[in-house]
Write a protein that binds this ligand. Structure first.
Ligand SMILES: CC(=O)CC(=O)SCCNC(=O)CCNC(=O)[C@H](O)C(C)(C)COP(=O)(O)OP(=O)(O)OC[C@H]1O[C@@H](n2cnc3c(N)ncnc32)[C@H](O)[C@@H]1OP(=O)(O)O
Ligand SMILES: NC(=O)C1=CN([C@@H]2O[C@H](COP(=O)(O)OP(=O)(O)OC[C@H]3O[C@@H](n4cnc5c(N)ncnc54)[C@H](O)[C@@H]3O)[C@@H](O)[C@H]2O)C=CC1
Length: 251
């Protein structure tokens, strides 16, 4: 699907990987709506519509989708980048991990992604197809390599991202007959505000574990893959690692 003039909804677009997608898609002629619980100050680009919502909330995300369709037009692309990554061992210094902490990560990363994509897909299915194949839209989720090799302290995060990876194929099967493709990017370790919060003692070994190039990923490299997924009509139902060949160790 050609990006130009398409309406692209990007969750988590106020920061990091989502922010890089906002820049890339705007530069390539898309109309971008950012859905984030934190909206940047109004000095931002007038080509971008910012809407405040929490991805876990059914009603407010539905209202935001209506508003985007009204203000920008037909929603053709949805990129789920909103996420959180708090760490905590199953049993740590202060005892067993609080169940609410585990639940919150699942709520934002897994249920939040599903909430947004189900409502975006509902809009897409109501649209006319764009081509002879019957293409109506594209959905991109963000998992993590932690879905496959979560580190010590990542039980909740890995479970949430494993869920995102696992739901990719069944959702692609649900929506494929109506012309919507669904893919998930599983990034390695990227330089973003999220990773800036991680202790240097954890980051250094991670950098060393990358095969090549021996550095953290750049947010623009994530945006380029998202743009390629939109552009390439034959990519569907797949979880794609974007990680410089890293396989994370236990710590
Ligand atoms: C974002 C992406 O998608 C990409 C990625 O995934 S990048 C990878 C990100 N990786 C992470 O975020 C790693 C997450 N893990 C962590 O940050 C840490 O493991 C953690 C914060 C969860 C725990 O760190 P920690 O507190 O230093 O370790 P922990 O072992 O619990 O405690 C340190 C000390 O307390 C002691 N301790 C731990 N549990 C204890 C208990 N139940 N009773 C008594 N003492 C205990 C330990 O013995 C340890 O002492 P020693 O060092 O002398 O052995
Ligand atoms: N940075 C990295 O190394 C990696 C990141 N990821 C994933 O990529 C995604 C983006 O991460 P980063 O850009 O690094 O993080 P970030 O912290 O820079 O940005 C995340 C954005 O999501 C928003 N957000 C969080 N919870 C929300 C909620 N409930 N509702 C609405 N918006 C919410 C935040 O306000 C923020 O703008 C996350 O899902 C993360 O788990 C995956 C692998 C590696």
């Amino acid at each position: 699907m050609n990006i130009t003039d398409k309406v692209v909804v990007i969750t988590g677009g106020a920061s990091g990987l989502g922010g890089a997608c906002v820049d890339w898609f705007v530069r390539h002629g898309a109309k971008v709506a950012v859905l984030d619980r934190r909206i940047p100050d109004p000095t931002a680009d007038p080509q971008i519509v910012y809407l405040e919502a929490d991805v876990t909330q059914a009603d407010s995300v539905a209202a935001v989708m209506d508003k985007i369709a009204e203000q920008l037009g037909e929603i053709r692309v949805c990129i789920n980048c909103a996420g959180i990554a708090p760490a905590g061992k199953t049993v740590g210094r202060d005892g067993a991990l609080a169940l609410d902490k585990f639940r919150q990560v699942i709520d934002v990363n897994l249920i939040g992604s599903f909430n947004v994509l189900r409502l975006a897909a509902e809009k897409m299915l109501a649209l006319e197809p764009l081509d002879a194949d019957g293409a109506r839209g594209v959905i991109i989720n963000t998992a993590s390599v932690a879905a496959f090799e979560g580190q010590i302290g990542q039980a909740a995060y890995a479970a949430s991202k494993g869920g995102v990876a696992a739901m990719t194929l069944p959702i692609a099967r649900d929506l494929g007959p109506r012309g919507v493709r669904v893919n998930t990017i599983a990034p390695g370790v990227f330089e973003t505000p999220m990773m800036a919060g991680l202790n240097e003692e954890f980051v250094k070994p991670l950098e060393q574990a990358v095969q090549f190039p021996k550095r953290l990923g750049r947010a623009e490299e994530f945006a380029k893959l998202a743009a390629h997924i939109v552009d390439n009509d034959y990519l569907n139902g797949e979880v794609i690692r974007l990680d410089g060949g890293i396989r994370m160790g236990p710590r």
